[in-house]
Design a protein around this ligand. Structure first.
Ligand code: AMP
Ligand code: GLY
Length: 428
């Protein structure tokens, strides 16, 4: 089959890389893509934001499956448009993706279906005064969230009332958050370990991938600002097989059944962000897509044919898939970021990478914020630049971590920074 991947980050490079290993895939395309995806996939003759253009080009080039990476096109209804055109597409429809693009919807949905989550109150536009009064008396710590998509920046964990008032004022400021923060949520703080679980589903049957943990803070020891993710590892040992069963039965299955019963059949990847609390696993958030950088560590461990899995999700055939080999081994991804990220940073810095044949076996360097300079040289073009991923088929997380960091020493660009403690949580 011919497959088109939409997106340009580390997640999309990992998707293209995994799909390229399927004997079922004849030709891969990626748009807008990056210099890493360009090694495995052809550029696509249509802009990623132009849905009618994408559909026309997909027909012309005989695309059998389109895989949508990021949340923005999903929230804009790309899946609905492809389906209306009779094309197979991996991802949820707009009304199903609302689980990610409206945290207020997700909260109400979980309440309706008794899915475990933190208790919370939603304040609709114009009710900032009520929200302020609420945070002045609610038990600390508490969590303030923007309702809409905010690129990972719309959540603040507040330990003091002053922090909470400031967060509320910032999130509801249209100059800072636009319409994403016009509705805000004030949520109970949950303590525990966090984990990400991905379920690939056709709306009724689903396959869960290896549980992962990402590292959201910028600095070692979970200090510094929140980022899109500074690294990840899988499997996360805190999600034992018994806990995974519980997550499937108490969270994933009721979510899919609840969405179907509300006329919002959920297809694609359901990303469940979990807090493992003393009272059991609870949902921190849903995302309507694969996580970044978790994808970079979860896909290498998947033992089945990934193209078949995504096509089955798009065509309603997940229940008919052969049983995949259980995922085995371990993977660690260290994100290398631009100096200053997640604050402001400069781009266009030349990147030095291992040459052909010099990348150690089992190491994959996934491109995220990379581009080409005036002379065609590889340069930085974003905050998260590369995801250096080590994979060992035989487990041994300590060894996998060592191999990932060994590979990091082969890479350099001006100002680069990365965390030194990715994966340590798995050893504790
Ligand atoms: P989200 O964008 O909803 O995943 O939130 C970003 C991060 O904020 C999460 O990964 C958690 O670390 C933290 N967080 C969100 N909600 C809560 C909560 N209710 N209790 C504790 N931490 C939370
Ligand atoms: N790694 C967090 C996310 O993809 O939302």
């Amino acid at each position: 089959m011919n497959v088109l991947v939409i997106g340009s980050g580390g997640r999309e490079h990992a998707l293209v890389w995994k799909l390229s290993q399927s004997p079922r895939v004849k030709q891969l395309y990626c748009t807008p893509g990056n210099p890493g995806t360009a090694e495995l996939a052809l550029p696509f003759p249509s802009d990623a934001g132009d849905f009618p253009g994408l559909i026309a080009a997909s027909r012309r080039l005989g695309i059998d499956l389109t895989v949508v990476g990021p949340e923005a096109p999903l929230a804009a209804g790309i899946v609905d448009e492809f389906r209306d055109a009779g094309l197979a597409v991996f991802g949820p429809a707009k009304r199903a993706a609302e689980l990610e693009w409206s945290k207020a919807f997700a909260k109400d949905f979980m309440r309706r279906h008794a899915i475990p989550a933190a208790s919370s109150t939603t304040f609709t536009p114009g009710r900032v005064d009520e929200a302020l009064a609420h945070v002045r008396s609610a038990p600390l710590p508490l969590v303030i969230k923007a309702d809409g998509l905010a690129a990972g920046k719309g959540v603040v964990v507040c330990r003091t009332r002053d922090d909470a008032v400031r967060a509320l004022e910032e999130i509801s400021d249209p100059a800072l958050f636009g319409s994403a923060g016009s509705t805000v949520l004030v949520e109970e703080f949950m303590a525990g370990a966090e984990a990400s679980v991905f379920a690939v589903t056709d709306g009724s049957d689903f396959v869960t991938l290896a549980p992962a943990q990402d590292h959201k803070r910028a600095l070692d020891g979970d200090r510094g600002k929140n980022t899109g993710g500074m690294g990840a590892y899988a499997p996360a040992p805190c999600v034992t097989p018994a806990l995974m069963k519980e997550v499937e039965e108490r969270i994933i299955r009721p979510t899919l059944e609840g969405m179907a019963s509300e006329g919002r059949k959920y297809t694609g990847c359901l990303y469940v962000g979990l807090m493992l609390t003393n009272e059991g696993p609870k949902v921190v958030e849903y995302n309507c897509r694969f996580g970044d950088p978790e994808t970079q560590v979860v896909l290498p461990l998947y033992g089945g044919d990934f193209a078949d899995l995504l096509l089955a999700s798009a065509t309603g055939a997940v229940g008919a898939l052969p049983q995949a080999r259980p995922s085995a081994g371990s993977a660690v991804c260290v994100v290398i970021a631009s100096g200053g990220y997640p604050g402001s940073y400069k781009t266009g810095k030349p990147i030095s990478l291992p040459g052909p044949g010099e990348t150690p076996p089992g190491v994959h360097i996934f491109h995220a914020g990379t581009g080409r300079g005036p002379g065609g040289e590889l340069v930085t073009s974003g905050g998260r630049v590369l995801g250096v991923t080590a994979v060992r088929p035989d487990g041994g997380m300590a060894q996998t971590i060592a191999e990932a960091y060994e590979a990091v020493t082969l890479i350099s660009f001006d100002g680069m920074h990365f965390r030194h403690d990715i994966g340590k949580g798995a050893l504790a």
